[in-house]
Design a protein around this ligand. Structure first.
Ligand SMILES: NC(=O)C1=CN([C@@H]2O[C@H](COP(=O)(O)OP(=O)(O)OC[C@H]3O[C@@H](n4cnc5c(N)ncnc54)[C@H](OP(=O)(O)O)[C@@H]3O)[C@@H](O)[C@H]2O)C=CC1
Ligand SMILES: O=C(O)C1=N[C@H](C(=O)O)C[C@H](O)C1
Length: 238
C-alpha cells in the first residue's frame, strides 16, 4: 500500500517504521516546511494518508486530503470541537476520514471496560467518579483527546454526570479531568470511583508510542478504498 505521512514528528517516525515493517511504501512525507507537497503527484498517488500534526493545522490538512481525494487517517487531537463541520466537508467532497483520539488496542479495550463500569455505577450512587491523565511535557492539548473520549463514554452511560470539566468539579453533575504533564510519559489514563468505604480505579499506562502507531497503520490498511467517516468501532469487533 502507498502511504503519505503528514507530520513527521514523534508519531510520524514511529508510524513510518511500522508501515515499512508491514511491507508498505512511504510515497510522500509532509512536514511543516514542505506543505506544497500536498500538490505533488507523489501525494496524490497515495492509497491513504496518515495525519499526526498539531491541533491548529489538522483541519486544513484534512481539507487538502479531501480535495486530493486521498483517504486520510487522523490521530491529531485538540481540534475536535470542530469534528462535525469537518465531517460535513468530508461528506460534501465525497471523501474519507478515519479519526480516533487513540489508535492503541489497549486503550480501546480500556474504553470498553470504562463504559461497562460506568453503567454498573448507575446502581451505586455513593461512588463519585473522576479522571487523571498524564502525558509528556511537549503535549499541546489538555485534557488529552483520549481523556475526552473516555469522559464521553462515562457521560453516555452514567446518569448522574452530564458534563466534563477541567481539574475541579463545580457541580455534582460535573466529571473532573485532571491533566498532568511530566517528563516523557507516552500516556496514562486513570478512572477513579471513590466512596467513603473504598476506591475502585482502572488505569491504562502506555509503555511506548508503538501501540498508537501500530493501530494507526492497521486503521490505514482498513481505510484504503473506503468512503465516509470511519472510527475504531468499525475496525474493532467490540
Ligand atoms: N490518536 C492517537 O492514537 C494519538 C494521537 N496523538 C496526537 O498526534 C499529534 C502529534 O503527536 P506527536 O507526533 O507526538 O507530535 P510532534 O510534535 O512530535 O509531531 C508533530 C509534527 O507535525 C509537524 N507539523 C506542524 N505543522 C504541520 C503542518 N502544517 N503540516 C504538516 N506537519 C506539520 C511538526 O513539525 P514541527 O516540529 O516543525 O512543528 C511535527 O514534526 C498530537 O495531536 C497528539 O495528541 C499522539 C499519539 C497517539
Ligand atoms: O500527545 C500524545 O502524546 C498523545 N495524544 C493522544 C491524546 O491526546 O489522547 C493519545 C495518547 O494519549 C498520546
Amino acid at each position: 500500500m502507498k502511504i503519505a505521512l503528514i507530520g513527521y514528528g514523534k508519531m510520524g517516525h514511529e508510524i513510518e517504521q511500522i508501515a515499512l515493517n508491514r511491507g508498505h511504501e512511504i510515497v510522500s512525507i509532509i512536514d511543516m516546511d514542505n506543505t506544497g507537497e500536498f500538490d505533488s503527484e507523489a501525494f496524490r498517488s497515495a492509497d491513504v494518508a496518515i495525519e499526526f500534526t498539531r491541533p491548529e493545522v489538522a483541519m486544513s490538512n484534512l481539507s487538502r486530503c479531501f480535495d486530493a481525494q486521498v483517504p486520510v487517517v487522523c490521530g491529531t487531537t485538540g481540534w475536535t470541537a470542530h469534528l462535525e463541520e469537518v465531517k460535513k466537508e468530508m461528506t460534501y467532497k465525497n471523501a474519507t476520514l478515519f479519526w480516533a483520539s487513540n489508535f492503541s488496542l489497549g486503550v480501546n479495550i480500556f474504553a470498553a471496560v470504562n463504559r461497562y463500569l460506568a453503567k454498573i455505577m448507575n446502581s451505586y450512587p455513593d461512588y463519585n467518579v473522576s479522571m487523571v491523565e498524564v502525558h509528556h511535557t511537549q503535549k499541546l492539548d489538555a485534557p488529552s483527546g483520549t481523556a475526552i473520549t473516555l469522559a464521553e463514554g462515562i457521560l453516555n452511560e452514567l446518569d448522574r454526570k452530564n458534563n466534563w470539566v477541567k481539574e475541579v468539579e463545580g457541580r455534582p453533575e460535573d466529571l473532573a479531568i485532571v491533566s498532568k504533564r511530566e517528563g516523557a510519559v507516552p500516556g496514562i489514563h486513570e478512572i477513579i470511583y471513590e466512596s467513603e468505604m473504598d476506591v475502585i480505579s482502572i488505569k491504562h499506562d502506555a509503555k511506548t508510542r508503538r501501540g498508537f502507531a501500530l493501530g494507526a497503520v492497521l486503521a490505514a490498511e482498513f481505510t484504503a478504498g473506503k468512503k465516509g467517516f470511519i472510527t475504531m468501532s468499525d475496525l474493532l469487533p467490540f
